[in-house]
Design a protein around this ligand. Structure first.
Ligand SMILES: [Zn+2]
Length: 334
């Protein structure tokens, strides 16, 4: 077994942190050797004014946090894509470093006529083009675990989790299927080769490494992050996972989906520090050791299975934890 565990710094490129939780975040970063974090879309989700949120982030964290705003779908009358593009440009001028897209695109956001807006709706093309023009990446979350699209009964492998979060269940006829949503996303990636897309949650198909592998081969402007899916990634035979991470060592970005504020870990900061340490250690253990049958980060929410660690070489870890994100996201420094 490898004995040195995580003696390097890392960027967590997928967090959602409320401005009131910046102090807790700083403690977490110090305790877990995180040099910088990429905070995604929280201001727009909570309706916190952009300037006010950015001021709070800067005051507490300076350059150690970069922020990616999410477009707001409140006004979807004609011209919404152009307006979102203009809004993005203004926010980038004011310090934003990318664009975050939540899974509601394709599943819940509707246009002014009440029709679902598909991910590849041409009315959004100005937004994707603008991100490319500004040289910023789009961190896009499309669909969700495959099980969330399957019937909800005790045969569903995410049964326990869906009991707690019934709003994560998308099997109804009002929702497009998992494959349909990913096909929509892929058409956007193909249509905008000058824009960088980072697919959250291993491109939202960690259940099928061959599918993600094919997407990465097909679209040179596509990248993926590891957030919240070590449990799924770790279910494949260890040599297959390792081969995937070695082949795509320039295309995979480390992120966790840490959430602070918004009802999760509100005001419980100090006693939770050990829990956060355990959470990050579970990531380092998966990527850096050869341990077998370990708990994935967040166990057992995704299911009561265990995973085998994949022991990546140092130079691959360096890319995963730091270099790949630094190359793609402005504001992350060496
Ligand atoms: Zn997330």
């Amino acid at each position: 077994m490898t004995t040195t565990l995580h003696n390097r710094s890392a960027v967590d490129a997928h967090v959602h942190v409320h401005p009131k939780m910046v102090g807790t975040l700083l403690d977490i970063m110090e305790a877990n050797n995180l040099s910088q974090v990429v905070n995604l879309g929280i201001l727009e989700v909570l309706g916190i004014p952009f300037q006010e949120g950015m001021r709070a982030f800067r005051k507490a964290l300076g350059e150690r946090m970069v922020y990616l705003p999410a477009p707001e779908f409140r006004d979807t009358s004609p011209g919404f894509g152009e307006r979102m593009a203009e809004e993005l440009e203004r926010k980038v001028e004011a310090g934003a470093c990318g664009l975050k897209i939540f899974k509601e695109l394709g599943m819940r956001h509707k246009d002014a006529d009440g029709n679902l807006i598909p991910v590849d709706d041409p009315r959004l093309d100005p937004l994707w083009a603008k991100a490319g023009e500004l040289g910023i990446p789009v961190l896009i979350h499309t669909a969700d675990p495959v099980a969330f699209f399957r019937p909800l009964d005790e045969n569903n492998e995410r049964w326990e989790e869906l009991q707690e979060h019934p709003d994560w269940h998308f099997a109804g006829p009002e929702f497009p299927g998992h494959d349909t949503l990913l096909a929509q996303r892929n058409r956007v990636i193909a249509r905008h080769p000058g824009t960088i897309f980072i697919g959250a949650h291993l491109g939202e198909y960690p259940e099928d490494l061959a599918y993600v592998d094919a997407c990465l081969d097909r679209y040179p402007n596509f990248y993926v992050d590891t957030s919240a899916r070590i449990g799924e990634i770790g279910r494949h035979p260890v040599e297959e996972i390792r081969a995937f991470f070695l082949k795509h060592q320039d295309r995979v970005i480390f992120g966790t989906d840490l959430v602070l504020g918004c009802g999760v870990f509100d005001d419980r900061a100090q006693e939770d520090m050990a829990e956060f340490k355990h959470f990050y250690d579970a990531h380092w253990r998966f990527f850096e050791t050869e341990e077998r049958e370990i708990e994935y980060p967040g166990f057992p929410i995704q299911g009561r299975w265990r995973v085998d660690a994949i022991n990546l070489p140092d130079e691959v870890l360096e890319k995963l934890y730091l270099r790949n994100a630094q190359q793609l996201i402005p504001g992350l420094q060496e």
